[in-house]
Design a protein. Structure first.
Lengths: 420, 164
């Protein structure tokens, strides 16, 4: 039987010639990832196994990014616990404040994932690395512990949904709008247990940053993973960031899909997801009058350099509405530095926004931008669940960096075209 | 293995942010997490839940983040089993890995009401609604997962295979 990209990668890592959907396999892991929320639980579980070393000191990455720089004593204790574990186990890829960033922007930037890899991460947005043609999926802390011990994980081989992309994006439309459009179309459980496989000539028209933000939100459709066909842009990215050996897997032409969607990128408009689910999408012209109190630009979805450039191109020589607290957080130290060198940070500060050090902070309602009762935010993040950014009666509207920046100026949700 | 208790019922897409809000994730202590279980969806939950109670929900239960704190909080709150039409996949994995029994059963999810008294027989894959005097059948776990459950979670399963 023919196989999809995901099925081929899994088969190869399980030492099998073929796998079929629904089959339970054990696959070898190329990377096991955790953060400061999930790793403490994983370390406790790892210690129960009773091993004194991890399976491979180079194939584990630990990134304290959620409550860092530590927001309180409890989170400081959690970070201390995993820091000591990383030292004791001699884990090479432990990223301390100063080197760190939001894990899903940092890991590809550090070259730790390449095409064809199998990656598990105790964070649901681990699916981000599918942008590089890897199989990458979120798991829990116990799986992380088991992965650190054995270098293996169990998987049920998923069916796939194929997204055939064609055409090119219009101005002020980016990968975020495409994935919001798709989630609006198939729903938050539209890809439950399945892999979302993106292919076709339209892929080539998307930048790597677009692809990262699309793969990032595969989980928001319930998917096990999202994966992109590898092309020249992928390989250029890999060459720039990594020396690891890679392998390109392509789907068989007659591979079976549970469904196929053709997406014409030129038809996609800026899209906003209304509270409290990412599937509640409306195109920018259907939004109506939504006044806002806060704008958050950043996160593992949209905190990369292209996102900051898009925001800066709108905020340049303008002022944010005095009633809109605008918080911008570059996703990694490298992106922060690049934004500084390109003059983007200056534009943000002059426009009346604040720029934060890399952290997950506001994205999960952790710190650095919590909403009060009844407040509304436009955020470039990936979740708008009840209470996600603070009070259970606050609201989060998900959008692209361009829409978020334009909305910061207007004090309500608007299209970039309205403020340019 | 059996579960037996009163049902607390919820709808579609109960996400991990309402099961255990991120503001409480600066600890991984089960008892601490249990105090805030379901807080943003149903503030009354922690006061009404009794040891052994069963959560019944609709589609995509546990969607959102990978936080194992979610099934841990539910288990530590005293819930003996979660029944839903479907589960989000990471939640499903995590529940199995930490030993919180969960069952997918669309019929039971539709038919059971809040407050019903329900018994679950995991070996037979049977859900018995005592209040309504009805029985619903659910698909039993695949063999591989049964092994993990029989070993009381993934860690013990791995220990057994490592030191064999
Ligand atoms: S930025 Fe938000 S979604 Fe991304 S890893 Fe951090 S908390 Fe999770």
């Amino acid at each position: 039987m023919s196989m999809t990209m995901t099925q081929k990668i899994l088969a190869h890592h399980a030492g099998l010639d073929k796998v079929v959907p629904g089959q339970l396999i054990k696959a070898k892991l190329d990377l096991v990832l955790g953060n400061d929320v999930t790793t403490p639980v994983a370390v406790k579980e790892f210690k129960k196994i009773g091993l004194d070393k991890v399976f491979d000191v180079n194939k584990i990455a630990i990134v304290p990014d959620h409550f860092t720089p530590n927001k309180d004593i409890k989170s400081a204790e959690q970070c201390k616990y995993i820091r000591e574990f990383a030292r004791e186990m001699k884990i090479v890829n432990y990223f301390e404040i100063g080197q760190m960033g939001i894990e899903h922007a940092l890991i590809p930037e550090k070259g730790l994932v390449v095409p064809g890899d199998v990656v598990i991460g105790a964070d649901s947005h681990t699916c981000t690395y599918g942008a590089l043609g890897a199989f990458s999926t979120g798991i829990g802390s116990t799986d992380m512990a088991a992965g650190m011990a054995t270098g293996e994980a169990w998987f049920k081989v998923p069916e796939a949904i194929k997204f055939e992309l064609k055409g090119k994006l219009n101005k002020w439309v980016c990968g975020k709008d495409v994935i919001l459009h798709i989630i609006g179309m198939i729903g938050v459980d539209g890809a439950l247990y399945k892999s979302m496989e993106f292919m076709g000539e339209g892929v080539m028209a998307l930048s790597m940053d677009d692809r990262f933000s699309m793969a990032n939100m595969a989980i928001e459709a319930g998917a096990k993973n999202g994966i992109f066909e590898v092309d020249d842009k992928t390989l250029a990215y890999v060459k720039e960031h990594s020396t690891k050996e890679y392998k390109i897997y392509t789907a068989d032409p007659d591979a079976q899909y549970a469904a196929t969607y053709v997406i014409d990128l030129s038809q996609i408009k800026p899209t906003v997801a209304f509270p409290h689910l990412p599937e509640n999408t409306r195109t920018i012209d259907e939004v109506g009058e939504v006044k806002i109190d806060q704008v958050v630009i950043g996160s593992c979805t949209n905190g990369r350099i292209e996102d900051l450039r898009a925001a800066a191109s709108i905020l340049k020589s303008k002022q944010v509405d005095p009633h809109v607290r605008t918080i911008i957080f570059p996703a990694t130290q490298k992106i922060y530095l690049q934004a500084m060198e390109e003059g983007l940070l200056k534009i943000f500060v002059e426009a009346g926004a604040v720029v934060s050090t890399p952290t997950c902070g506001p994205c999960l309602g952790g710190h650095m931008g919590i909403l009060a009762k009844g407040e509304r935010a436009v955020a470039t993040t990936n979740r708008n669940f009840v209470g996600r950014m603070g009070h259970p009666e606050s609201e989060v509207y998900l959008a692209s960096p361009a829409v978020a920046a334009a909305s910061a100026i207007a004090g309500k949700i608007v299209s970039p075209e309205e403020v340019i | 293995m059996l579960a037996h208790g009163k049902v607390i019922k919820y709808g579609d897409n109960v996400d991990t942010d309402v099961i255990i809000p991120a503001r409480y994730l600066n600890t991984s202590d089960p008892a601490e997490l249990a105090k805030h279980c379901m807080e943003d969806l149903d503030a009354a939950f922690v006061n009404k839940v009794n040891e052994g109670d069963i959560i019944v929900a609709a589609k995509n239960f546990g969607c959102g983040s990978s936080r194992e704190h979610a099934p841990i909080a539910i288990k530590a709150a005293g819930i003996s089993c979660v029944i839903a039409e479907t589960f989000a996949r990471i939640f499903y994995r995590n529940a199995i890995n930490i030993g919180l029994p969960i069952l997918e059963c669309p019929e039971a999810s539709r038919d059971i009401d809040d407050g019903d008294e329900v018994k679950v027989d995991f070996d037979k894959g049977e859900i018995i609604n005592i209040t309504k005097n009805k029985v619903y059948k659910s698909t039993p776990f695949p063999e591989f997962m049964q092994e993990i459950i029989a070993k009381n979670g993934l860690i013990e399963y791995i220990k057994a295979s490592l030191y064999r």
